[in-house]
Design a protein around this ligand. Sequence first.
Ligand code: ADP
Ligand code: ASP
Ligand code: MG
Length: 814
Amino acid sequence: MKVLKFGGTSVANAQNIALVKNIVSNSESDKNIVVVSALGGVTDLLLNTATLAALQDDSYKAFVKEIEDRHIETIKTLIPIASQSSVLSMVKSELNTLETLLEGAFLIGEITPKLSDKIVSYGELLSSYIISEYFKEEGLGVVHADSRKLIKTNTVNGKTVVNFEATNTLCSDFFSVTPQKVVVMAGFIASAENGDSTTLGRGGSDYTAAIVAAAVNAELLEIWTDVSGMYTANPKLVKQAKAIPHISYQEAMELSHFGAKVLYPPTIQPVLAKGISIQIKNTFDPENEGTIITKNKNEKGKTVRGITHVENIALLSLEGPGMVGIPGISKRFFEVLFQANISVVLITQASSEHSICVGISADDVALAEQAVNDAFEFEMGSGKINPVVVEKNLAIIALVGDNMKSHQGLSGKMFSTLGKNNVNIRAIAQGASERNISAVINKDDVKKALNALHEEFFEENIKQLNLFVMGVGNVGGKFLNQINQQKKYLKENLKLNVRVIGISNSRTMAFDEDGIPLKNWESVLSGGEKADKAKFFETVNKLNYRNSIFVDNTASAEVSDTYSSYLGNSISVVTCNKIACSSNYSNYLNLKQLARTYNAPFLFETNVGAGLPIIDTLKHLIASGDKVQKIQAVLSGSLNFVFNNFNDKTTFHDVVKQAQEEGYTEPDPKIDLSGIDVMRKILILARESGNQLEIDDIQNNPFLPQESLDTTNNEDFFATLTKNESSFQELYKKAVDQDSKLKYVAQFEDGKASVGLQEIPKGHDFYNLEGSDNIVLFYTERYPNQPMIIKGAGAGADVTASGIFADIIRIGNF
Ligand code: ADP
Ligand code: ASP
Ligand code: MG
């Protein structure tokens, strides 16, 4: 004998019920007890209807109509016309009774628990009747059993509990003499001793099935639902979650108690006593083995088997200076909650006994607060205990597994993962069974916490990076293409799953929570909403993804002004925009401190030397205890290009124009030629070497005539270059006469920085610097005479994009 339970989605409509029929007819068992839920969503509809009726809101009638329509449509699709009328008239007559009950509630303007139970029982009453009639039509040899006559309940402490003695006898008597191969019965509903309809709690059809399975000593209990088993986390919230093939009763119980809705928590108790296994299977993928729950403990296997969460939690804390001295406070506290029928989900008590804190359902909070304040009125009046403190909008997340107790470091890993992702932990509890570690967090952090923990404990170190990219021009566009090309490699070799969730240029912005398809990011962006930097940040923050990275590929000061908001919310920042790091020192320092405080890397490798690992190398030197004594560098790819191409056969004007056209200069070439850009770079290197310096402290020896520096637009600027050609030729000639080359050099020594054009003699490290290359010489305590040299292409969109990419990977390995 086997019990098969089909949940709401499995019987939501005629099409799904046909799948259920196939599963039942393929069962190899000699006898099959089929327990069904109401058509998916009908229980909610019934409850809404009842609430509205009790509020004397006659819009409840529209819901009744919806309930009626759904059932009638199901009958019309499943049952052949010839047999339809009797089924329809039976269902219509039941619906009439339901309407009468609702009318009663409407007229009185009130609904009692008894009436509510009666109303809500119609969901399962109707579904089980229709399904059994359909099975009959399909020749299944079926009988419909009335669950109210088989499952009996009592009321204990105001709560409905199953009367197992009566139920077991009724079930075994009934099923031992039932000849049919298939019995269809309603889940969820039962009756009290006096015959009144009762229910077993939301999700209670699982429980009905388990009660019957235990009463008839079934060989197996199958729970058929809309997912392929019990998953490592709720698959609706964690895309990477996987079904757990085998799990113990205790683990399953713990997971379901802590929110794995796929199994109603009390379900395991009855079958556990009989050692009956439960198999959770998917109605929509019946070949899938799903999850088998047995009494066998998970001996080897993974320590953490699943991660769950319970929503809608509030914390209730009782604190006070006098609590240590008064005996029995905890006893009284829990007794009050018990008397008020409030179940405690989680308990923590500080060892000082100064405070007790419990997690309860947020629905109970007003009642609990009142009850506790009343009970401790005297102590509160005398100031020994403070009024209870209530915190709402919380959730519990829990790690569950049989073997967690024998492993050190799991809670450390759990809390550091949450910490890294800026998930604030309000309370912690570890079950005495050590099968569970729970933390109370903000409800808005649930999805992020679940995904971060899942990644940490289940995803073989695959780490997901969620990028938000602002600026998709020359550099940004190349960057997106590089990610697209490297995605597979990163996943397979570096275990990094890089997704771009948001992109923006100055006109539009677009988001896709599943990752923007990078092949056609251009069309996604052009179809996006109006760009707005503040809104972009708000969206990133609200999405609240773990490992979020904001990537700035712009040269905009307004964008760099937003970094502190990102970092302050634990969102990493990667930028090729030099403005923030070369702004005033206090701003630079503040960003670095925010990064440290909020565990969010702030990386800007491309600020100096595009993709060359200059800043990273410097960081490693300093971190390992070295000290920078001197930096000498050619840091402007643009100026290097200009002076490598300028000679007595060209004009300075034409070479600068060419550099601009080929993308070697900033759009405004004066930023490069005036030395500002190089000043910013040497400033950043000096700061990264540990020096407090401002841009105004840097000595700039300009080679441009003052009138060029004074221009305010590109056209005027270029005109002054032509006008001053002879002075540029003079510079060139002087250098050639000295057998030297002109290089724009940045220098830092003894706390002082300077930039300017220099004649570099043959044999010097800078002399042979080609094209737009950069070179940096670090003289340090460890490299006092022979400097450490970094040299290579230091400008261009491709290398800059790959430098940004490298920063992203650094964060991935962080
Ligand atoms: P049914 O109506 O079949 O009883 P439920 O909605 O009660 O189905 O339970 C199935 C749902 O449980 C899944 O669709 C899923 O959203 C949710 N769920 C939550 N946690 C888990 C988990 N750990 N594994 C599987 N499903 C889960
Ligand atoms: N129909 C009930 C509910 O939605 C019972 C169940 O489906 O398990 O809660
Ligand atoms: Mg369910």
